[in-house]
Design a protein around this ligand. Structure first.
Ligand code: AR6
Length: 169
């Protein structure tokens, strides 16, 4: 109990075993949190990402953290919201599971997530936050080796939504 935390902040500043990047399928950078992570990590991150040959929506790939305080970056392309009829819920759930599977496989005990898909990709926030905390909670129950998972929310509205979702678990 109590292994999921919600904070407000900048994910690029977090000194954890792994931060998650809300990427796109190219894994070659973009705007939002993806742009911030690449800027803070430095050009070595993009160089490693080029060797990965992209990633499918809902899957994840791991790199080193380079100049970030975090040891690793786990890159996951979330679904673009198209109204809910194109498997968006299951794809978003798969992002959280895939990232946590990679974290566990790489010995990461502390993992920080941004709010995947709720920016440029327009996934409805309250729907996304419920899916996220449900998947994280389910995974942690099966993987006691992961010590802490945080949602690092950039703004107060996002933080409030994840807090509400966590309280409903
Ligand atoms: N720390 C934590 N959260 C942040 C930060 C930060 N430094 N910066 C932004 N956010 P978005 P998406 C929040 O748009 O919807 C990129 O171009 C932001 O406020 O970054 O999954 C990719 O390359 C929002 O709550 O990701 C893709 O093309 C959340 O992160 C596309 O955007 C996610 O917003 C992915 O879109």
């Amino acid at each position: 109990m109590g292994k999921i935390e919600i904070i407000q902040g900048d994910i690029t500043k977090q000194a954890v075993d792994a931060i998650v990047n809300a990427a796109n399928c190219s894994l070659l950078g973009g705007g939002g949190v993806d742009g911030a992570i690449h800027r803070a990590a430095g050009p070595e991150l993009l160089a490693e990402c080029r060797t990965l040959h992209g990633c499918e929506t809902g899957k994840a790939k791991i790199t080193k953290g380079y100049r970030l305080p975090a040891k690793h970056v786990i890159h996951t392309p979330g679904p673009v919201w198209h109204g809910g009829g194109r498997g968006e819920d299951e794809l978003l759930a798969s992002c959280y599971r895939s990232c946590l599977e990679l974290a566990a496989a790489n010995g990461c005990k502390t993992v920080d997530f941004p709010s995947i898909s709720t920016g440029v990709y327009h996934f409805p926030l309250d729907r996304a936050s419920r899916i996220a905390v449900r998947e994280i909670d389910a995974f942690l129950k099966e993987h006691p080796e992961i010590e802490r998972v945080r949602m690092v929310c950039f703004d107060g509205r996002t933080k409030a939504s994840y807090e509400e979702a966590l309280s409903e678990l």
